[in-house]
Ligand binder design. Sequence first.
Ligand SMILES: Nc1ncnc2c1ncn2[C@@H]1O[C@H](COP(=O)(O)OP(=O)(O)O)[C@@H](O)[C@H]1O
Ligand SMILES: [Mg+2]
Length: 509
Amino acid sequence: MRSGRHSDSVRVRTEPGSALGRFALGLQTLRQQAGNPSYETLSYETSRLGHSYSDTSLRNAAAGKQLPTWEVTEMFVRACVSYAHTNPERVSDAARSWTAKELAAQWAQRWRLLRHPPETTEAAAEPVTAANGLPAELTTFFGRERELAEAQRLLARARLVTLVGIGGIGKTRLSLRIAARAARHGARMVELADVDQSGMPIGAVASALGAEGSDLPAVLDFLAGEQLVLVLDNCEHVLDGCAALTRVLLEAAPQLRIVATSRQPLGVTGEHTLPVGPLPVDSGEPARCDAVRLFADRAAAVAPGFALTAGNREIIAQVCRRLDGIPLAIELAARWMRVLSAEDLLERLGEEFRLLRDGDRSASGRHRTLRALFDWSWDLCSAAEQAMWSRLSAAEGDGPLELAADGLGGAEAFDAVVGLVDKSILTKAGNQYSMPGTLRRYGRQRLAEARPARGPGGQPAGKIQCSADALVAHTNPPALATGSAVRFSPSGRRSEVDTAIGSSSSISP
Ligand SMILES: Nc1ncnc2c1ncn2[C@@H]1O[C@H](COP(=O)(O)OP(=O)(O)O)[C@@H](O)[C@H]1O
Ligand SMILES: [Mg+2]
């Protein structure tokens, strides 16, 4: 079977940010995730399924010039699933768990919405980054207008902009917003947190692009003539490799622009850096302050009825100040509003944080603020939660949760996962769990510290069998259709299927 792709890349013939453009890009992403079958191959798949659609019809559907008929759309989706199932070695992890029925139902809903749009469309309510091939946002985004404007200005004349800042400060979130705004012809996100190698991380880029091979020529072939915005997230892990890679890509693909995130600049000629600092914490009226708004939003998610009031506003502002306006720290602390009052929270953040932070508002001071917050979260975890946290931190690659949790008893593991979700250590979207990079590194540190005490060969034995369905039902009762495996994505990536179908309604505000 042929599976040429570069020749097959289809340009979206409509405004990419429009509903039709997103629909078309969604179909293109689906094809990529299925392992990039050519349109001829997809056409062949449709005939195997008993409905022959030509490669031209399928190609037109993905070009978005006009809304394809439902019959064509359905066969496009089913052909992708069928190809993915018969070629499992080529497909993305997300595609392995596809079922034709579920995916077709999701696309039917999407198609109907386009065909019969509701009378009052609420375009503004759509998550900004769901378009253009970027992962959709899971939570509300606050502030950063100045950084967004600055990035836009820089990208107008520079082709490499690096967002620099400490872990947890908001680089990844900001990079996605920047890319979504800059991408007129699509964007892709390359997650480098898990890349563990020297040299250029070409493989990661190739798989994010869905290029035909995993080497440099395949990537360059894919990029030729494309006006993509590429997000390279977490470059600090492979700084030299990223520097070399960006140099090569920018030289070979004159239309390409790169937004990188890193703890330190890449040091490439032509690079423009954009420092990412804390969310503002003292901009007058607390209710208008982004850090306070972030806190209130995340608190309301766990404590129904929570709202900023004249009575708690000032205290929350103090909490945010004490946390140095670090978004990740604010999110973790907000989780405690479920069991603590604002006053109690402020008090608990009191002594140790004051000791740590007094007179030190530098980046290293913020590092210590986060570390102290993590210590605090850690101490409040049960032994099983701590074990689960460090085990998941050490997990490599996407995988079913059961594997990563090897070693804990069934019921214990179940409670531990629920506990970690409650404490914001694990984030849950659909049946996909992920852990922010900074929390993961912390968990690994803890694991390393604990290992010597356990002695050689002291790995706990036995594999847990915690029921995926029960877990999903327990941690998110109303929102989810269960039945598929629960997966853990250590690097914080979302299920690519979710991204492709833009199914953000239950998670995005
Ligand atoms: N502007 C923002 N609005 C809302 N949430 C944010 C914002 N910036 C960061 N966050 C949240 O804070 C956490 C850390 O942000 P992230 O972008 O992952 O940081 P970094 O990439 O610098 O480590 C994430 O859960 C993210 O969703
Ligand atoms: Mg990040």
